[in-house]
Design a protein around this ligand. Structure first.
Ligand code: FES
Length: 76
């Protein structure tokens, strides 16, 4: 099953990101879009890129979201 996961999904699981999970589909889609844009621009993800994400998470999982995106960036 792991082989079928997108690197962002794998990073989400590895970082135990989700709490209630309500916001997670949007967070993951935003992360994938960000990583694709950064790759197309042939550069690394910056803290400013992560600061620009506006998806709201009522559970406050932002530190784990940021860590997961950084991990996924290394794997993509
Ligand atoms: S995990 Fe609960 S709103 Fe984000």
């Amino acid at each position: 099953m792991d082989a079928e996961l997108h690197p962002v999904q794998r990073a989400w699981l590895d970082n135990d990101v989700a709490q209630c999970g309500y916001c997670q589909p949007g967070q993951i889609m935003t992360a994938v879009a960000l990583l694709r844009r950064v790759a197309a621009e042939d550069r690394e993800v910056t803290e400013a890129d992560l600061d620009d994400i506006r998806n709201i998470c009522r559970c406050g999982t932002y530190p784990r979201i940021r860590a997961a995106i950084r991990d996924a960036a290394r794997d993509m």
